[in-house]
Design a protein around this ligand. Structure first.
Ligand SMILES: [Fe+2]
Length: 292
């Protein structure tokens, strides 16, 4: 069973526990998330001008599109106002700024048929844990413009509690960072190894597609099997996503179950504290983890 909670405010500890059990939470736009949405639109308008961001794909070659995204995404990720608006969004939803750690946001552009590589790679069925993300991680996803069931993302909730054959055993975070990541960001064609993907096709007959207005936000476990929906809407779908962990979960081991992940390494060191930006140091937590 996957529960969908709409605008349900509850203590964050309880909400995280439900997310670790597979539930999904959706929140209507807030003042902070709408400001984030507006800022993102402004940056997209500047980057794609004179074209409208959602239809620029009809006027820009794949090569130029990749170059444009390769410039835009890092500047978006490091934009100070982006981080501060994410922080406001999280605090508004009841997260503790001392215990919550945030990983850098990512801006996604899923074109309708133009690109399936590099920054526009269509992510087939996967769990983020296959890429060495922690099981206590919560994923946040927010659309920037209207979209449809033909241009968003999809979940395969049946697989939250059952495994699927996958290549995560070949994923080593350190090796990926040493060699694969930089090349993949500039690729114009997809090559094997860009994704750690399911080896078998999941049964998609009960896939779940949630459509939300711009500025609304969705929370789900990093252990959910999910995918990019192939975009057939003729408009590029823009969304932002980011990830959080609560340090108390890291210490106590509260998390989703591992049903099939064998990736090596952990991205925990990429997270920084919401209140002061200090890095999460898993090595420093070791004693506390052993005490529990
Ligand atoms: Fe994902």
């Amino acid at each position: 069973m996957t529960g969908i909670h709409f605008d349900q405010l509850m203590p964050d500890d309880r909400r995280r526990q439900k997310i670790f059990e597979g539930d999904i939470f959706i929140y209507s736009p807030s003042a902070a998330s709408m400001s984030l949405c507006q800022l993102t639109r402004t940056l997209l308008t500047e980057a794609f001008g004179p074209h409208a961001a959602q239809t620029a794909q009809d006027f820009i070659s794949p090569d130029d599109y990749v170059e444009l995204l390769a410039d835009l995404r890092p500047s978006y990720t490091s934009h100070p106002r982006v981080r501060s608006l994410i922080k406001e969004t999280l605090i508004h939803l009841g997260l503790d700024s001392d215990d919550t750690y945030l990983k850098q946001p990512d801006l996604r552009a899923m074109t309708s048929g133009l690109l399936n590589a590099g920054p526009g790679l269509l992510l087939e069925a996967h769990r983020d844990t296959w890429y060495a993300d922690p099981f206590s991680q919560i994923n946040w996803w927010m659309p920037i413009f209207d979209y449809t069931t033909e241009s968003g993302m999809e979940f395969y909730p049946d697989y939250f509690t059952k495994g699927i054959e996958n290549d995560s055993e070949f994923y080593d975070l350190r090796e990926w960072r040493a060699s694969g990541m930089a090349q993949a960001a500039k690729r114009k064609e997809r090559v094997a190894g860009d994704n750690s993907m399911a080896r078998e096709k999941p049964n998609t007959s009960s896939d779940l597609r949630i459509v939300m207005p711009p500025g609304a936000i969705m929370l789900f476990s990093a252990a959910h099997l999910h995918a990019t929906t192939p975009n057939t809407s003729r408009k590029t779908r823009f969304s932002i996503d980011f990830r959080t962990v609560n340090v108390q979960d890291v210490i106590s081991g509260a998390s989703a179950d591992n049903v099939d992940t064998a990736a090596r390494g952990s991205t925990l060191g990429d997270f920084s504290r919401l209140s002061d930006g200090s890095k999460l140091r898993p090595d420093k937590l070791k004693n506390k983890i052993e005490e529990v």
